[in-house]
Design a protein around this ligand. Sequence first.
Ligand SMILES: [Zn+2]
Length: 320
Amino acid sequence: MAAVRGKTRRVRTARRRTGTGTGRHRLVAGVVLLLVIAGLAFWLRPRHLPPASLAPPRMVEPVHRVAPVEGKARATAGPVKAAPAAASRQGGPPLPERHAAPRVAIVIDDLGDSLDIARGILALEPAVTIAVIPFRSASAAVAAAAVLAGREVILHLPLEPEYGAAMAGGGGFLRAAMAASHLEDQLERDLHAVPYIIGVNGHMGSRFTSDPKAMRALLAALRARGLFFLDSKTSPESVAAEVATDLQVPFAERDIFLDHDPEPAAVARALAQTASVAREVGQAIAIGHPHASTLAALAAWLPEATRQGIEVVPLSTLVR
Ligand SMILES: [Zn+2]
């Protein structure tokens, strides 16, 4: 008893010396006890589990397999019809899987000189995609307005035409004979001049797009930046499709020019032709310019085409 009392006194003395209270000691003891229990549980746990549970979780592969690229997800969403057009076309490569409704993408080129004109185009419904030339007075402002309006923007990249004199009116041109490093530098400046772009098409470009070496350099540079290329096909000699396939660059090509002849009747005929190509092969891409006649025709045609079962889509939807 005396020994126990003596011990108690020593403990009390120690408590006084360290200046701590009983509550704090109990807390420390509790935490230590919890740590010991947790450590014990951790140490014991693996022994009671079957060895298979120690293998790493196997979820990564299926997740990758079921996640399609966005374009394909849209293409296969909803009921999908068979592709009779693939059988009716002779000799050509098989067409992509048919979407239920014929789809049309409209691109308006040559923007960047006027924010007012761009606003008129951005107000069209359903939405059209705009292509902005670099180094014009309103290039960056037009691109920003498009993004605010929820529209797609692509860079309308100046590419060397067959007749060099046509390049006099603007900067930023890529020329077929440029050394690779010079071409890359110029492209970089062009890309930076138009923000928010998701792809590129050519302004002019009949010489550049028919030059395999130049097109390989351009498309490889676009692939490295995650940008697609829309071939405006200003030359029948364009090698863009072959090079894009070879380098596996996301790619699309123009089917119809809406306003080579900007007379209202001619633009209306071009829009009707766009609809008939879409009905025949499932999709069509039309390129127009900011002429008053083109915009007036589109303002009437876009809602009418929608009523007639044509789905007007952003350009990226039709990129393969
Ligand atoms: Zn152009």
